[in-house]
Design a protein around this ligand. Structure first.
Ligand code: B12
Ligand code: SF4
Ligand code: SF4
Length: 376
């Protein structure tokens, strides 16, 4: 290991960042090709930010002019927990969102490390995480931090995929040994049929248009009626394609207290309580500092309504009836659908009124479907 790399590792460890790998800052041509094809095939769904200027995501120079090296970091977010049980009232939260919003905690450490690197190695350095326009998994894979699984996640050999990624880009050149041959999934294909919506139609390619993670976090509009039952209990994100992965069988627990469930919402949400978050202020107060702010109040209540019907949460009927009068059409429409499944006699008069009077065409269409007795 070069002296510079040893120094970088020591500084990173002082910031709680134990897993680091380095690659040069050349644009990632192969990843760019995949990204361009992925977008052209419409698989980025409504994430317009992914399709805008793909070459910029493959070129670290976009984030830092004169960049020479990319440091990729992986942070364990795994907390062992009993299997999820809906118990007719809970929705399920993806593991990465159980604690404090990782963007905040990781970025603070990466920025501090970037400052330390500027002082010790010279040149400028810049921290990046998730929302930054860089193909994080591709650069981490090129650095040898892990390898692409068929579920498209970056898997760390011997550790699994419950890891978040972040980078520090630096103008200092950090010599690093070329990584050895990457590990791979071998003959395993478990995640592909396990995906509840068929979003992994082929290995290494995820179709966000039907991915539960996309639909419950990033998607802003209505969720197609045919897909709703397949969301199961998920109210925020989805972990199915990682839960089934044999590389995650012996995952170690996170050492970052902020990422533990007791610091945030934890693995499940009381659906009636979520549906009862009457306004933006109540929603913000409930989820402050957690990733669950991302879908906004209307998106989260949409998800909670769908999960309520899917898990047979009859205790949510009063909250759903109230939600059919919500100021947001997105909430009213999904609440009608959920109510129709849980308490058809309560749904019918509300749907009849909505069909005649609701100003939102989506809600009127949902009301028509309820009155027709549409199966989904
Ligand atoms: C957009 C996005 C999403 C979208 C699309 C996901 C996707 N697979 O593209 C949605 C909303 C669905 C999503 C979901 C999730 N996300 Co997300 N997401 C991103 C984001 C912002 C960009 C990803 C991207 O560039 N996608 C475009 C595709 C084309 O790129 P790619 O997935 O890297 O695909 C590469 C491979 O498929 C490869 N490839 C293609 N064909 C082939 C063929 C072979 C043979 C090989 C080897 C490779 C290969 O080339 C592609 C280009 O590099 C990154 C952060 C970032 N800035 O990179 C986080 C990120 C990928 N997400 C992350 C997380 C944690 C999640 C979820 C687990 C959250 C959850 N529990 O709900 C799920 C996982 C779903 C999944 N199976 O991927 C982590 C992943 C960490 C890890 N260990 O992999 C990231 C890195 C954020 C972070 N900073 O930690 N996400
Ligand atoms: S996150 Fe869920 S819906 Fe998306 S690909 Fe994985 S299993 Fe399928
Ligand atoms: S479940 Fe199997 S195929 Fe899917 S990512 Fe894990 S090892 Fe690869």
């Amino acid at each position: 290991m070069s002296d510079t790399l040893a120094l970088v590792r020591r500084l990173a460890a002082e910031h709680g960042l134990e897993l680091v790998a380095v690659t040069d800052a050349e644009p990632h041509g192969e990843a760019l090709d995949h990204l361009v094809r992925w977008c052209a095939e419409g698989r980025a769904a409504g994430m317009g930010y992914m399709s805008r200027h793909p070459p910029e995501r493959a070129d670290p120079g976009t984030l830092l002019a004169g960049v020479a090296s990319v440091l990729s970091f992986a942070v364990n977010y795994h907390t062992p927990a009993p299997p999820f049980a809906a118990e007719g009232r809970y929705g399920r939260v993806a593991r990465y969102a159980w604690g404090v919003d990782y963007h905040d905690v990781l970025l603070v450490r990466l920025r501090s490390l970037a400052g330390a690197l500027e002082r010790t190695l010279g040149g400028r350095a810049r921290a990046a995480v998730d929302h930054s326009p860089i193909l994080e998994r591709a650069f981490a894979a090129r650095a040898g931090l892990g390898f692409f699984g068929k579920n498209t996640c970056l898997l760390l050999p011997g550790r699994g995929s419950w890891y978040l990624l972040g980078e520090v880009l630096t103008q200092a050149r950090i010599p690093a040994p070329r990584p050895g041959p990457a590990e791979h999934c071998g003959t395993c294909t478990r995640c592909l049929p396990a995906c509840p919506t068929g979003a992994l139609a082929e290995p290494f390619v995820l179709d966000a248009r039907v991915c539960i993670s996309y639909l419950t976090i990033e998607h802003r509009g209505p969720i197609e009626a045919a897909l709703r039952p397949r969301l199961g209990a998920w109210v925020f994100g989805c972990d199915v394609c990682q839960d089934v992965c044999p590389f995650n069988r012996h995952a170690a627990p996170t050492g970052w207290a902020d990422l533990r469930p007791e610091r945030g919402v934890g693995p499940r949400l009381d659906l009636a309580a979520a549906l009862g978050l009457g306004d933006e202020a109540a929603f913000r107060a409930r989820f402050a500092g957690t990733p669950l702010l991302r879908p906004r109040r209307a998106g989260l209540l949409r998800n909670a309504a769908i999960a309520a019907r899917n898990v047979g949460a009859v205790g949510c009927v009063p909250a759903l009836a109230a939600a059919t009068q919500d100021p947001e059409g997105l909430v009213r429409g999904h609440a009608l659908w959920a109510l129709a499944g849980l308490a058809p006699e309560r749904a019918a008069p509300l749907a009849d009124r909505a069909r005649r009077r609701d100003p939102d065409p989506f809600v009127r269409a949902e009301a028509e479907a309820v009155l027709r007795g549409a199966p989904a």
